[in-house]
Design a protein around this ligand. Structure first.
Ligand code: NOS
Length: 321
């Protein structure tokens, strides 16, 4: 059955062997010398700890060709798991933008999406994002660069990072520059912080919400999400690996029972040692079958209608079920 993946950080898809090879080529030291040591480093305590490791490891990606390659490689991997459409997140940080230039970074990714479709038959679209705590002026520059790459496959703009330490306020202007430029807003919210963060994301104008799992703490919010049809991009293994859930007690079950549409993704498959088939299998056990996940993905996808018409239609939803 076809799969759609809407929440995957492309920097977090690079498997350890490739990451080590790229780091060596770019002469960018990694905090671990081999695959075993990298696996040890990936024993995360929480989002804050994860963010530190993420920055240390993904910062070895430096050239436009690295960015092109990681899109093509991941599209190949996801295609083997049945993916037909992917929205990949990219989070260039300021030092990379200063060194390489935002246009070259985003241009590299855009080259990758064209090649990914040719080589693997997977449609890839991009949602760059600013990381909470970055200089808001940098976030705004990133939003403008994202808008400038709309014709090449950028469809959305996000907000990530440690949400319980950095409020949305300083980053709103960038979000609204992106929205004005025609991009869908896809902030992370309700992962490390509670329902107020999800409400803030809705208020900001979110087209979908990345994670959103802590909405289950507020029954009224669940009703609102279900009525609005807001899609949450849920990543079961990520939530378990960062300590926000267990597979036995995962909020996905409650979200599904409340009628909230949930798409299913890997988040950072290389760092969490998972893949799209494994995430769909976890979701199935938690009450979201592959057809439900596909329908949520299809409805939540930010691509234009012509592109969407190239994707398989979701299975008919029996209203009496
Ligand atoms: O699940 C996630 N929540 C928040 N940030 C994430 C997640 N996965 C990857 N990142 C990435 O980690 C960096 C530091 O937070 C950010 O750059 C963000 O893009």
């Amino acid at each position: 059955m076809a799969k759609i993946e809407l929440h995957v950080h492309l920097e977090g898809t690079v498997r350890p062997a490739t990451l080590l090879e790229i780091a060596r080529r770019n002469r960018h030291p990694l905090p671990a010398p081999d695959e075993r040591a990298l696996a040890d480093l990936f024993a995360f305590r929480d989002l804050r700890h994860f963010a530190g490791v993420w920055n240390l490891t993904t910062s070895c990606l430096r050239t436009a060709d690295d960015f092109r390659r990681i899109v093509v490689d991941y599209a190949g991997e996801a295609a083997r798991h049945g993916a037909v459409y992917i929205e990949g997140i990219v989070t260039p940080e300021q030092s990379l933008a200063d060194e390489v230039g935002l246009d070259r970074v985003l241009g590299g990714y855009c080259d990758g999406i064209a090649e990914a479709e040719e080589t693997h038959g997977v449609i890839v679209r991009l949602t760059p994002e600013q990381c909470r705590g970055c200089d808001p002026a940098f976030g705004e520059a990133l939003a403008r660069a994202a808008v400038a790459h709309r014709e090449r496959g950028v469809v959305g703009f996000g907000l990530s990072g440690v949400e319980d330490h950095f409020p949305d306020g300083p980053h709103l202007r960038a979000m609204w520059i992106a929205a004005d430029g025609g991009l869908g807003l896809v902030p992370h919210a309700g992962e490390a912080a509670g329902p107020a963060a999800v409400r803030s994301a809705l208020w900001m104008g979110a087209a979908r919400i990345r994670h959103g799992i802590r909405a289950v703490e507020d029954p009224e919010l669940l009703v609102e999400l279900a009525e609005r049809g807001t899609v949450l991009d849920v990543c079961p293994t990520s939530n378990v690996r960062l300590g926000y859930a267990t597979f036995d007690h995962h909020p996905l079950r409650t979200l599904a029972a409340a009628g909230v549409a949930c798409s299913i993704s890997t988040d950072d498959p290389a760092l969490f040692d998972t893949d799209l088939s494994a995430e769909y299998a976890h979701a199935e056990r938690l009450g979201v079958g592959a057809a439900d996940a596909y329908r949520a993905g299809y409805n939540g996808a930010l691509c234009d209608p012509t592109t969407k018409s190239r994707l398989p239609e979701p299975a008919y939803l029996n209203p009496l079920r």
